[in-house]
Write a protein of this length. Structure first.
Length: 139
């Protein structure tokens, strides 16, 4: 038999667990630097400018972790035109083909923590081919 005190304690514990679960579910989805590095990302936090080489059919490095406010530069060092398209529409301003011809450099600044996957639509899709991801962590 459960007494009133035990029942109240159990309800309090269940309520606290529910609040904790809700807070976790509603918290910022931004990954921590440790989580991103565990996923094989290159740590470039603390750098004001990060360069990603756009080569023929690859981004190098493919996956980076940067701090909020980092300027990311995509430099087309390949022989063909490319673009940089955010996998989630509107996540950042896409880089159109007109701005990513061989030798071109495109710059975007990432001010908000979060995950920013992207791809070249000429050489891939959001899931495969020429893909990359920038994970921005709080400074």
């Amino acid at each position: 038999m459960v007494t009133s005190a035990k029942r109240s304690g159990s309800l309090l514990l269940v309520s606290l667990c529910a609040v904790a679960a809700l807070a976790t579910a509603c918290s910022d989805d931004a990954p921590s630097a440790e989580e991103a590095l565990a996923d094989g990302f290159v740590d470039m936090t603390g750098e004001e400018v990060v360069t990603i080489d756009v080569l023929d059919n690859v981004f190098e490095p493919e996956r980076v972790v940067v701090s909020e406010g980092t300027e990311v530069r995509w430099e087309n060092r390949g022989r063909t035109p490319h673009n940089v398209i955010a996998s989630e529409e509107g996540a950042f301003d896409d880089v159109p083909v007109a701005e990513m011809q061989p030798g071109d450099v495109a710059v975007r600044t990432f001010d908000d923590a979060g995950a920013y996957p992207y791809y070249c639509s000429l050489h891939g899709t959001p899931e495969r081919g020429q893909i990359g991801e920038i994970r921005v962590v709080a400074s």
